[in-house]
Ligand binder design. Structure first.
Ligand SMILES: NC(=O)c1ccc[n+]([C@@H]2O[C@H](COP(=O)([O-])OP(=O)(O)OC[C@H]3O[C@@H](n4cnc5c(N)ncnc54)[C@H](O)[C@@H]3O)[C@@H](O)[C@H]2O)c1
Length: 331
């Protein structure tokens, strides 16, 4: 899609846009001249405000809504002639563990409401890209080598089971109604705005460094850290590609052991190794995934090096701190 065609004709709705990845998606949309519709239950816009100027935020269409409410989702998509949906609204692993019923209402029923609205408005909606997760896989020992998209799924958390269910529902909708539904399976996304969820601690450690405070990462072993700006761009690229059928792609960033991450922080900010510690068990997911299917179908995908992503994150947090806007509540 050319730049002019895209900006003239596409109308993007982002659910969960006030969350971490959502804020980066909205930032990218604004920077390319779009005026997206953002749909979120949260009244606050603190993550967006950290990344986007007040004037730019005024060009965004704010819709307060709950994905659990079918009519609200349907209205948001139908009334505004939405052409592309990026569905990010969800509860994270800890919230789904502590209240699985609420988790299913938001993560499963909420996603069905989005797919259902896309079906009802399929004359206008060209694609839905929704967030799945690495959590659809089981622990590393269940796989031989690096699992691909077609590897068997053995989620061990309610959250992972809900994401797997969404992938299954997407296949049924695509087959029955010819919709374009693309699931993306991020691993641990990091960057400004990551303040909740199982893998938020590497980002929290970067933020704590700016305040010279100690922090603990409550897991050890290897993980794949993916920079938020890259992930946001991949969501947008998938939405524009409107690939036919239902697909679920793994994402890949920088696969690193937690101790090497701390060593990188020390390298960038001497003294960091004294402040950041890691303890606990490895996370119950395969540490690396293969994103060759995504690259095959989408072409080149953005890959910011871990060092550049960490430096950029530190830089933004430092600017916010200087401006007296660094939120340290979650630390
Ligand atoms: N951050 C990661 O590392 C990661 C990894 C894998 C998958 N994901 C998935 O990516 C998506 C975005 O993750 P994130 O880190 O930005 O999460 P986040 O928790 O920062 O943001 C989620 C957003 O969804 C909104 N929301 C929650 N319930 C809602 C409801 N009922 N109706 C409308 N909005 C609601 C919240 O207000 C919030 O703004 C999620 O689906 C998540 O499961 C994230």
């Amino acid at each position: 899609m050319s730049e002019s065609t895209r900006t003239e004709r596409s109308r993007v709705l982002v659910t969960g846009a006030k969350g971490f990845i959502g804020a980066w998606v909205v930032k990218n949309l604004i920077e390319r001249g779009d005026e997206p519709w953002i749909f979120d239950v949260d009244e606050r816009a603190h993550r967006l405000a950290a990344l986007v100027s007040r004037e730019a935020l005024e060009r965004v269409h704010h819709l307060r809504g709950d994905v659990r409410q079918k009519e609200e989702v349907d209205r948001a998509i139908g009334e505004h002639g939405i052409t592309h949906i990026i569905h990010l609204a969800a509860l994270q692993v800890p919230a789904c563990a502590s209240d699985p019923v609420l988790g299913a209402e938001v993560n499963v029923m909420g996603t069905l409401n989005v797919f259902e609205a896309a079906r009802r408005h399929k004359d206008t909606v060209r694609s839905v890209v929704y967030a799945s997760s690495v959590a659809v896989y089981g622990p590393e020992e269940l796989y031989e080598g690096v699992p691909g998209e077609d590897a068997p799924l053995h989620p061990r958390t309610h959250y992972g089971v809900f994401k797997q269910c969404n992938e299954g529902s997407a296949s049924v909708y695509a087959e029955s109604w010819g919709l374009s539904l693309c699931g993306l399976r991020p691993w641990a996304v990091y960057g400004v705005g990551r303040d909740q969820g199982l893998t938020s601690q590497p980002t929290q450690a970067i933020k704590a460094l700016v305040l010279a405070r100690p922090s603990t990462i409550h897991f050890i072993g290897a993980l794949d850290l993916q920079y938020a700006n890259d992930v946001a761009r991949i969501f947008l690229k998938c939405a524009e590609a409107s690939l036919p059928g239902a697909r679920a792609y793994s994402l890949r960033g920088a696969v690193v052991r937690v101790e090497d991450f701390i060593a990188l922080l020390e390298n960038i900010r001497p003294g960091a190794a004294q402040l950041v510690r890691a303890e606990g068990k490895p996370l119950p997911f395969p540490p690396e995934l293969d994103d060759s299917a995504l690259v095959r179908d989408l072409g080149q995908v953005p890959r910011t090096s871990l060092e550049s992503g960490v430096r950029e994150t530190l830089g933004i947090y430092e600017r916010l701190h200087t401006e007296g806007r660094l939120d340290s509540d979650q630390l």
